[in-house]
Design a binder for this molecule. Structure first.
Ligand code: FAD
Length: 699
């Protein structure tokens, strides 16, 4: 597929949710302007490339999933390179550059990329360019953009070096007298002059991306004296800069409205992870008091008539729709209010310049417009810079146009971070702030990512409550802000809260009694691939659970399971169990007061709780956070972990909590082992490796 006159490099991507692929496509797209040709493949397409014989530089873009695993599409590849029989010079011929994607909110940041990088190094491969590790927590683009910018020079140097190695100069000289009989050398000759030209092309490429604006335009957005920048206003220097804006992504989708009737696809067709189960919500309980900062709900699902199976500690996924009124608003802005129920046929645009363009997998070939906006597209996604760039073209007002250009430009990077990324701005917020922007439906399909199902940890045991699956969640709240004219709730948690409101407030529902099943509301769920966050296989082994806030969810399942096992197997030996729980206020958000029952019946040996916002009259202030309580129990924690081969589990919605807990455990180990911190850290790493120190942390 490579063009004759351009130098090839191999571009591999390993993607889970499409981000690594989108970045690889961006690299692919830009390559042409730099006189290069990317031979791009998904890393799973192992029949289309061969690293064993690859001579050209290799660029790998790889994300991370789960608890630090490479994406599913990279599993085979990783297994192959991890073959222990491979010699240390197996990839000695290989030059590569790697861009890892991750989220520092999760454990093992960028571990997918790191794993591949480490192994390629062990097998003798050489970096031609420094590894980039991009953090979705602060904005992938902070690393991705400069990494791509620097890639071209590194690639050219690598290609030049490769050419020198191959003794190309001799080949070119030898061939100059007999061009017609040596087509291979002709190609190389062209390449030789091309290398000279690359600098020029670079300059041209840069030139085409650079957008100089007249001061007239600039003043339109930033009136003199307006010192406060905002989503819609810029101030110097951004407002007066010439801007480097990304190249306009080529359009590649076309939609065709049809008059025909029919049925929308089944939700199962939207996922690649197996089958979905449509299950009734049989119970909803509000676990927090009305005056608590966050509202936590427990839902119970009836899975009795399904083949859905789970173990305590498993998480599962809930398929959620976008908010109805947001979909309506979007339809209105698109000018398609009348067409919501019309079927739409989505196709790749004829003659598109986007190479390898395919219809996004999450968009059905044929479904109603409302179905696409409700079930397929993450309309709340924070718009990427490429999307902003495309929106510029749909904006008629010059001032709005300029501000959108600034927000996607290099010069406006910190404005983007501040006013879009950190402010959690979504497409609707943008369209509200830039009213002359009128994007097309096809543009939305091209740029909005897949609406992801949300994961929840099971908070029950099938042994304790056969045919039931419970989970606990906080209703996510997005308050009104400078960039957000209305408050919003999380896509999934807001929808669930609304769905179960009749169960929570039975007075509005004449037939219901509080917490009892009176509704036949159903939700679609599917299992998440198995993980290691399970009870120890040997019940005699002790374990410690640390789960502040909704992090307690899986431990309720653990304890229910353990209680049943104790009832059913009176002759078994059971190890001691510890639970560390924390919340803000004892009266408002102590989610499971029935923990006392587990304590009373001996299922739970030790319950340690703390309240971070309750005031205390005690002379010595009580500990506020779970890590503080852990430190108070240092001797016992060390005994369980070091002497009794026990397990340690952490679950919660904040990475810094998990980090604070890990720090506390390191200190405890160091103190009890009478060793320095480094030794203690090594010990903790060994515990992790042995899967005796397990984390389930989400953001
Ligand atoms: P979304 O609309 O997706 O919004 C959430 C996003 O908004 C997050 O990126 C968050 O950082 C951000 N955000 C949150 N609040 C604000 C705010 N005030 N202002 C600005 N931004 C904000 N969650 C549970 O509650 N219970 C569980 O048991 C649970 N288990 C999980 C297990 C796993 C394996 C994983 C990966 C996640 C788990 N989660 C759990 C998280 C859950 O999947 C969802 O992310 C969460 O419920 C929010 O979903 P949502 O659609 O309502 O929010």
């Amino acid at each position: 597929m490579c063009c004759e006159s351009k130098r090839r490099f191999l571009l591999l991507y390993a993607t889970q949710k499409g981000q690594a692929k989108a970045i690889a496509e961006e690299i692919w797209q830009q390559a042409g302007a730099h006189g290069l040709e990317a031979d791009m493949h998904c890393i799973s397409e192992m029949d289309k490339y061969n690293l064993e014989t690859e001579k050209d530089p290799v660029v790998i873009v790889i994300s991370t999933t789960g608890t630090g695993e490479p994406p599913d599409t990279a599993r085979k590849f990783v297994k192959k390179i991890q073959d222990k029989t491979l010699p240390p010079d197996h990839f000695a011929h290989l030059q590569y550059g790697l861009l890892g994607l991750g989220d520092s909110e999760y454990m093992f940041f960028c571990n997918g990329g790191r794993t591949v990088d480490r192994r390629l190094q062990e097998l003798g491969a050489q970096h031609f360019y420094d590894t980039g590790l991009a953090d979705d927590c602060v904005g992938l683009e902070l690393v991705v953009d400069p990494w791509i910018d620097g890639l071209w020079l590194a690639l050219k140097e690598a290609l030049q070096l490769q050419k020198e190695k191959e003794g190309m100069n001799n080949a070119v000289n030898a061939v100059s007298s007999s061009l017609s009989t040596a087509p291979h050398a002709v190609r190389e000759l062209k390449l030789s002059s091309e290398v000279q030209n690359l600098k020029l092309e670079d300059e041209e490429a840069r030139g085409s991306d650079t957008l100089s604006q007249k001061l007239d335009d600039i003043n339109h957005v930033a009136p003199a004296g307006d010192a406060e920048p905002s989503l819609v206003h810029s101030v110097p220097p951004v407002s007066q800069s010439a801007l480097n804006i990304p190249a306009l992504p080529p359009e590649y989708i076309e939609v065709e409205f049809q008059d025909t009737q029919g049925e929308n696809p089944h939700l199962s067709s939207l996922i690649s992870e197996g089958r979905t189960f449509e299950v009734p919500v049989t119970k909803a309980v509000q676990l927090t008091r009305e005056d608590a900062v966050k509202t936590a709900l427990l839902l119970e699902l009836d899975i009795a008539d399904t083949a859905f199976e789970y173990q305590p500690g498993d998480a599962f996924c809930v398929m959620c729709p976008n908010n109805v009124s947001e979909v309506e608003k979007l339809l209105h802005i698109l000018g398609l209010s009348e067409k919501g129920d019309n079927f739409v046929c989505v196709k790749v645009k004829q003659g598109t310049k986007k190479k390898g363009a395919v219809r996004p997998q999450h968009i059905p070939e044929r479904s109603t417009l409302k179905f696409i906006l409700t079930w397929c597209l993450e309309i709340r996604a924070i718009p990427k810079k490429a999307f902003l760039r495309a929106l510029v073209e749909c904006t008629s007002d010059a001032g709005e146009k300029r501000r959108l250009q600034e927000l996607c430009s290099r010069q406006g990077a910190s404005d983007y971070t501040h006013f879009i990324r950190d402010s959690n701005v979504c497409l609707l917020d943008l369209l509200h702030a830039f009213p002359s922007c009128k994007p097309s439906l096809s543009l939305l399909i091209e740029h909005l990512p897949k609406l992801q199902a949300r994961s929840y940890s099971a908070s029950s045991s099938d042994l304790y409550q056969p045919g039931r699956l419970c989970f606990v969640f906080n209703v996510v709240e997005f308050p009104v802000g400078p960039s957000r004219p209305v408050s919003r709730k999380g896509v999934c948690t807001g929808w669930l809260a609304e769905l179960v409101a009749p169960l929570l407030h039975p007075s509005k529902n004449s037939q219901g009694t509080k917490g009892e099943s009176s509704s036949i509301e159903k939700i679609s769920i599917f299992p998440r691939p198995t993980n290691a966050f399970h009870l120890p296989a040997d019940p005699s082994v002790p374990f410690i659970m640390v789960g502040p806030g909704t992090g307690i969810a899986p431990f309720i399942g653990f304890l229910q399971h353990r209680q049943k096992l104790r009832e059913q197997h009176t002759d078994w030996e059971f190890g001691e169990t510890w639970l560390f729980f924390g919340c803000r206020h004892q009266d408002r958000d102590y989610l499971f007061k029935q923990l006392q029952c587990f304590l009373k019946n001996g299922t739970l040996t030790h319950l340690k709780v703390c309240f971070s916002r309750d005031s205390s009259a005690a002379q010595v202030a009580p500990p506020k956070y779970v890590q503080d309580v852990l430190r108070l129990c240092a001797k016992e924690v060390a005994r369980v972990l070091l002497k009794e081969r026990g397990y340690f589990y952490i679950c919660g919605d904040k990475k810094h909590m998990a980090d604070d807990v890990s720090d506390a455990v390191v200190d405890i180990l160091s103190m009890e082992m009478e060793a320095d911190k480094l030794e203690a850290m090594k010990r903790l790493a060994m515990l992790r490796e042995a899967k005796r120190y397990l984390q389930d942390v989400w953001s």
